[in-house]
Design a protein around this ligand. Structure first.
Ligand code: KG4
Ligand code: ZN
Length: 339
């Protein structure tokens, strides 16, 4: 019988606009991680179109899985389990990965493990750090989610803070649209901000109630829009790099301040970060400075593991499986799904 660190997991992720499959050994050792991005397909629409996303997953999924198996040098009968995102996400998109995983589990007679997508983003930090384990604080910042999570162990989580409206990545995407920078907005704003002055425009830092660990990013898009309209009406030229840098600074200030508060409250000495926005250069720098000052060990995955990827799903499935979780073939896709 294989021991935990030898178990071969096939992970499948299709919750939004990335079709991904990965094979891991022992959950954390990534043998392959194939990501087929649909960004070019949705670019023309300025955002993800759910129906198009589902169709794209359907055309890509078999080839992506085949490539992941070949890259890993693993044959289907050698797999020990199949992990798949069961939600939250675009339900039609999740269903493509889920149906494929269920069919494979049935045909190959392998255990199926449904994975919470956010748990995947938490586990992303484990992929490059064999020694890392809870308890820890995790900041998950993506296009659909903004969470500060107390990770007590691999199965026990408490959400300390969440967004009350837009996710942080959503704010980046919306502001990029207002500024005409294109889609997806996060990397474009990050890039433009490098050339700008973060103090050029004083956008509000929305901190909500004193001591609250929740976030609100819905107002910042309006703030940027109002600024741009006022300047245009007054006939003043707009420096896009300055606006991008000022917007980014205001959002990162809030995220870092709330994260510091959460670190103090949870009392942990380890912080992990996950989700697409974890690739943001200013956020990475500011969190590094804050953690250095506080004596907190910081783990931010490489960008390929920040974005949606199946390696993090395989890792989470492995954690769940060794804790005794196996899903039934009746597993259903969940648009909303509590951690
Ligand atoms: O985790 P992810 O790939 O998908 C979701 O689960 O949502 O995150 C995508 C989000 C998008 O909103 C994208 O604009 C944002 O992450 N993002 C960034 C950067 N790279 C990606 N936001 C800010 N700065 C970046 N460098
Ligand atoms: Zn995600």
């Amino acid at each position: 019988m294989k021991i935990d660190r030898e178990l071969l997991t096939l992970g499948i992720e299709t919750s939004c606009d990335e079709t991904s499959a990965s094979v891991t050994r022992g959950g954390r050792h990534v043998l392959s991680n194939v990501i087929s991005s649909q960004i070019h397909v949705h670019e023309a629409f300025g955002g993800v179109v759910p129906e198009i996303a589902s169709r794209h997953h359907l055309t890509q999924i078999n080839a992506v899985i085949d490539t992941a198996m070949k890259d890993a040098g693993v044959a289907f009968p050698d797999l020990d389990l199949i992990g798949v995102t069961e939600g939250p996400g675009l339900v039609g998109a999740v269903l493509i990965g889920l149906s494929t995983a269920k069919a494979m589990a049935l045909a190959l007679d392998k255990p199926l493990v449904g994975v919470h997508h956010i748990k995947g983003h938490i586990c992303a930090a484990y992929l490059e750090h064999e020694e890392l384990s809870p308890p820890l604080l995790s900041l998950v910042v993506s296009g659909g989610h903004t969470y500060l999570i107390d990770v007590r162990d691999h199965q026990n989580f408490e959400i300390l803070g969440r967004t009350r409206d837009d996710a942080v990545g959503e704010a980046f995407d919306k502001v990029a649209r207002v500024l005409g920078l294109g889609y997806p907005g996060g990397p474009k704003v990050d890039e433009a901000a490098r050339r700008g002055n973060p103090e050029a425009v004083a956008f509000k830092r929305v901190m909500l109630e004193k001591d609250s660990l929740d976030f609100s990013f819905s107002g910042i898009k309006t703030g940027v829009l109002n600024y741009v309209n006022t300047e245009r009406q007054a006939g003043r030229p707009i420096n896009l790099a300055d606006v991008a840098a000022s917007f980014q600074a205001s959002v990162v200030d809030v995220v870092v301040a709330k994260t510091q508060l959460a670190i103090d409250r949870a009392g942990y000495k380890t912080l992990t970060v996950g989700g697409g926005v974890a690739s943001n250069s200013l956020l990475r720098r500011r969190l590094t400075e804050a953690c250095d000052a506080a004596g907190v060990k910081l783990y931010i995955p490489s960008p390929i593991f920040c974005t949606d990827n199946a390696a993090m799903i395989a890792c989470a499935a492995h954690c769940d499986y060794i804790a005794g979780k196996v899903s039934s073939l009746n597993l259903d896709a969940k648009a909303n799904f509590q951690l």
